[in-house]
Design a protein around this ligand. Sequence first.
Ligand code: PXL
Length: 261
Amino acid sequence: VALLNDFSCFGKCSLTVSIPIISSYGIETVPLPTAILSTHTGGFTGFVVQNMTENMRLFAAPWRKIGVKFDAIITGYCCTVEQIKLTAEFIRSFSDTDTLVIVDPVLGDHEALYTGFTDAHVDAMRELCSLADLITPNRTEAALLAGCGMDASIETLLKALTVENVIITGVHRGEEIGYCARLNGQYMEIFKPCLPQTLHGTGDVFVSALCGELMNGKGMPQALKDAAEFCDDCVQKTAKRGESHWYGLAFEDKLKEGRGL
Ligand code: PXL
């Protein structure tokens, strides 16, 4: 699996989450960092960012020479419009007809674009999504991509999104939070208890588990169910650790449990 995402050294999101989780499913990972950050940007200040756009081109060139094609490509955080376009180019070069392409269209949250992102990012991301078999926007990203207002219903959002398989994450309903999806033309939803705190990187844990399940041959609906369960387990384990663990999910506790330790 090729992973095009940022490498946030401290804070547990993106590549530092997806490499170990996907490996734990017995799948080989090949990361291509879009940026290297001292920490992720959710709640930390003074972070340092090394943009990797030029290196992405340089690193991918020898892979092209080997003629490698990936069984899956997952894309996440892209810093710039140029990088979103480069990511699209990567998918075209390194996939064949069987490659599973998952685009996590990182654009924003809580009804706003992330700092530094513009409408041009949304347009480029919409184009990137058109190459995907499955996209996993949160509710804010779904509305941006669909060109709908933030108060649009899930039904309206799913109708407006033309990618065949869509999982909208982070949907709040009463005391619960969950996923609303259209998979193989069928509507499906899963809700879990919501903790009263923001947990950064939850989407990355979910998408990584989803990829692991799909690559082990599960169909999309079952993969969604099992990835949601995996992610909820990580959330519960994080809650047990208390407030010192505010910056990310304690997914290591879950992986350790899988070893019977
Ligand atoms: O997973 C979310 C994420 C990814 N990448 C970076 C982030 C965040 C969330 O804050 O800051 C750099």
